[in-house]
Design a protein around this ligand. Structure first.
Ligand code: PDD
Length: 279
């Protein structure tokens, strides 16, 4: 298998980076995950825009965006899979011996790995997953798609240990998002999700789901809510590039709605897949 590294495609085994790469030393880097539907990349521009925003906040120099876009497209062209997901990471590279302050100039390390994405399945999701809540101890820059994901990985591990599919972060009693997903709840007939800002990632799927809901005439409010409102919701679902709209049937042992996939999750997922040109 070949991967993209700093401008060229090289065999996976030969794709190496310096042990003093700031991505390794300081988690000084950002990433994106994009996928195809019917072999075509979905929502490339919003993903690239978010990469540029993350880079600007982290003062990270980026190669020209058109170069990045072309490399992602090339990853997909070379992919042997029917559906592909591309993981893309940019770090500040190795500007010299370890030193906290950012160098005035640095050559970023940029790499991309193409993997098989789950096949497009337009039929309704039949299973609702279990989730747990965990305290949100993350920083106040969750809007940056940083590779500093220790607390996200810890939360997902705790979920797995509890036999659940995802962990839900709770900050000061407020539900923020999942460990690798955004979260929606249907409360009093209104589709609610935490507003954009420093405490969630501005998910691209989140954006498409909101658009789909508006298009379908489902009332949506980007307004925070607490744990008890979430547990009393008629539906809860996660959204993300991998999970699309994943219904939640159980949170910390409490049954949500009927404990089965709810109608709104199904409708907005279908709406999003239509926008994607996938169905
Ligand atoms: N995760 N919130 C967090 C913390 C995330 O890590 C992600 C994505 C999302 C959903 O974003 P989007 O809809 O743009 O995929 C929300 C990626 C896929 C990952 O870490 O693999």
């Amino acid at each position: 298998m070949e991967v993209y590294l700093n401008g060229e495609f090289v065999p996976y085994e030969r794709a190496t980076v310096s042990i003093e790469d700031r991505g390794l030393l300081f988690a000084d880097g950002i990433y994106e995950v994009v996928r195809t539907y019917n072999g075509k990349l979905f929502a490339m521009s919003p993903h690239l825009d978010r990469l540029v925003r993350s880079a600007a906040i982290m003062r990270l120099p980026l190669p020209p965006v058109e170069e990045i876009r072309a490399a992602i497209e090339e990853c997909v062209r070379r992919s042997p899979y029917p559906e592909t997901s591309v993981y893309l990471q940019v770090t500040r590279g190795n500007p010299g011996p370890r030193k906290h302050a950012m160098p005035k100039e640095s050559r970023p390390t940029i790499f991309m790995i193409a993997r098989e994405a789950p096949p497009l399945d337009p039929s309704p999701v039949t299973k609702a997953v279990a989730a747990i809540t965990v305290p949100d101890l993350r920083w106040h820059m969750c809007n940056v798609k940083s590779v500093g994901l220790f607390l996200n990985t810890l939360a997902k591990t705790q979920a797995e240990e509890a036999g659940a599919a995802e962990a839900i972060f709770v900050r000061d009693g407020i539900v923020t998002e999942g460990s690798s997903t955004n979260l929606f709840a249907v409360i009093d007939g209104v589709l609610r999700t935490h507003p954009e800002g420093p405490h969630i990632l501005s998910g691209i799927t989140r954006m498409h789901i909101i658009e789909a809901a508006k298009h379908l005439g489902i009332p949506v409010r980007e307004e925070a809510f607490g744990v008890s409102a979430m547990l009393a919701a008629s539906e809860v679902f996660f959204t993300g590039t991998g999970s699309e709209a994943m219904p939640v049937g159980l949170i910390d042992g409490h049954v949500i709605g009927e404990g089965t996939p709810g109608p709104i999750a199904g409708r907005v997922r279908e709406g999003m897949l239509r926008t994607a040109g996938a169905i």
